[in-house]
Ligand binder design. Structure first.
Ligand code: SAM
Length: 286
């Protein structure tokens, strides 16, 4: 079944009485060129057939593409009204399992342990529901799931933010976290006409290549990210104020830490590179 044909999709959805949920970010891919590019982009680091992890199956267009090259595909989908549709569209994909639930609430550590072999090379590919782009990416990274890479469609503006190197204007707390855990890369743009229904914004596919090793110099990641988040909470202002408030330290202590790192004591968060933040963390940790 051609899941990028508008006629076939309309017929499928009508037969099952399905209606799109805007609040669940349901914009299904109808451009046939995109799914193969997401999957080939996602598996660039793996020579052997990887396992796939997807968020949001929709009617299964990307799921089917993953099933072609992956040994096994686990896909989390929140909307149970898609079940009869996916039963039909994925009937010829025995290596796919849909897990019904909210990706932000499921115990992903347990899910991965249950569904994938310990030595599996796992890639995450998804056309993300845009309302949860940052929380999903943060969750996948912070939980240190055994993923090689995360290749996701996001809003074009989000792609710029997520891939922005710390120390540049578009960077925020999430971009700093992305750089901490992975090497991000924008792969390609996708026009709004590639979706049904068409969203009001254009999109882009980015890939995060996850570092295998934990950074040895950040012993307390919770404290490190408290500093980063506080600094970016007032991104256009001096970071001394929010960071000292968050850590219940005097402004002088935070200023002294910045100076010790060779930084301007009046610096704003967007001026600091990841290494600068790590330096400040080292100065401020108890
Ligand atoms: N992969 C399909 C495609 O490319 O056509 C669908 C992508 S659509 C942008 C996002 C999908 O994520 C929808 O199927 C939606 O129901 C699902 N979704 C939304 N919120 C979710 C959540 N919290 N957990 C799991 N899936 C979710």
């Amino acid at each position: 079944m051609n899941l990028t044909s508008v006629k076939i999709i309309k017929d499928l959805l009508a037969r099952h009485g399905f209606s799109f949920s805007k609040s669940l970010g349901q914009n299904f891919l109808i451009n046939p060129a995109i799914c193969p590019k997401i999957v080939s982009g996602g598996r660039h680091l793996t020579d052997i057939a990887p396992c796939g992890f997807e968020i949001g199956a929709g009617i299964g267009v990307l799921t089917k593409e993953l099933a072609k090259t992956c040994k096994k595909v686990i896909c989390v989908e929140i909307d149970r009204t898609l079940k009869p549709i996916l039963d039909e569209t994925l009937a010829d994909c025995p290596n796919v399992e849909i897990v019904w639930g909210d990706v932000l609430k499921l115990d992903l550590q347990r899910l991965f342990a249950e569904k994938f072999d310990a030595d599996a090379e796992i890639i995450c590919c998804a056309n993300l529901p845009y309302y949860i782009t940052s929380p999903v990416i943060m969750r996948l990274l912070e939980e240190r799931l055994p993923l090689k890479s995360i290749t996701v469609m996001v809003q074009k503006e989000a792609a710029v933010r997520l891939c922005a190197p710390p120390g540049t204007r578009n960077c925020g707390a999430v971009s700093a976290a992305v750089r901490y855990y992975s090497e991000p890369k924008k792969l390609f743009d996708v026009s709004r006409g590639s979706f049904m229904p068409a969203p009001n914004v254009d999109s882009a596919v980015i890939r995060l290549d996850i570092y295998a090793e934990k950074r040895a110099d950040v012993e307390d990641e919770t404290l490190f990210f408290r500093i980063v988040r506080a600094a970016f909470s007032q991104r256009r202002k001096q970071l001394v104020n929010p960071v000292s408030a968050e850590l219940k330290l005097s402004k002088e202590t935070v200023k002294a830490a910045l100076i010790a790192c060779g930084l301007n004591p009046a610096a704003r968060a967007e001026e600091l590179t990841l290494e600068d933040f790590i330096g400040v963390f080292k100065e401020l940790k108890p």
